[in-house]
Design a binder for this molecule. Structure first.
Ligand code: PRP
Length: 176
């Protein structure tokens, strides 16, 4: 099936905003021990661009989580499918996510990284989608705030499609 896509964030806007976020992160972590932990799969594009815009040293790791239940929102029952490969004890963890929706995934991950004895845990999300938030979660760094729409592109998928698109689009004919 071919979907109708409407661009909501252009490639140029993404580049400009990510450069700003990277500048802020580079200043904030100038004296830290920064580990970017990208949440697979969606964050792989954002993390790749963000890490290359930083002006400070960092290390990069990945986690994968899965939630049971509905396909369109997290159920809250989350489990770790792929653990980080680095020892995060005493390190400054910056969780890199493409989107925060209900907040359940990131809430779970924050607790997890604290359990791993990280020195600090902060959140960097490209898109902060607030309308379905279930836990009072605020990102420390947020690229864009959007209210509604089923978003695809720049890592975001619909049934694993569209992750490779360089801009972000709303899918016109999908439930949000
Ligand atoms: C998306 C996104 C977050 C989560 C946010 O992942 O990347 O991990 O949902 O939703 P929440 O705030 O309601 O918990 P998804 O499960 O779609 O997997 P993907 O990254 O592999 O696309």
């Amino acid at each position: 099936m071919k979907h109708a896509l409407q661009e909501v964030i252009s490639q140029r806007s993404l580049e400009e905003r990510i450069a700003q976020l990277a500048g802020q992160i580079s200043r904030d972590y100038a004296d830290g021990d920064l580990v970017l932990v990208a949440v697979l799969s969606g964050a792989f594009v954002f993390a790749a661009d963000l890490c290359r815009s930083l002006s400070i040293d960092c290390t990069i790791d990945f986690v994968r989580v899965s939630s049971y239940g509905s396909n369109t929102s997290s159920s809250g029952a989350i489990r770790l499918v792929q653990a980080p490969s680095l020892d995060l004890a005493g390190r400054d963890v910056l969780v890199v996510e493409d989107i925060v929706d209900t907040g359940m995934t990131l809430q779970w991950l924050i607790n997890y990284f604290h359990e791993q004895s990280a020195a600090s845990v902060r959140l960097c999300v490209l898109i902060d989608k607030k309308e379905r938030r279930q836990v009072p979660l605020e990102a420390d760094y947020a690229g864009f705030t959007l209210d509604h729409g089923f978003l695809v592109g720049y890592g975001l998928d619909f049934a694993e499609r569209y992750r490779n698109l360089p801009s972000i689009y709303t899918l016109q004919d999908a439930a949000s």
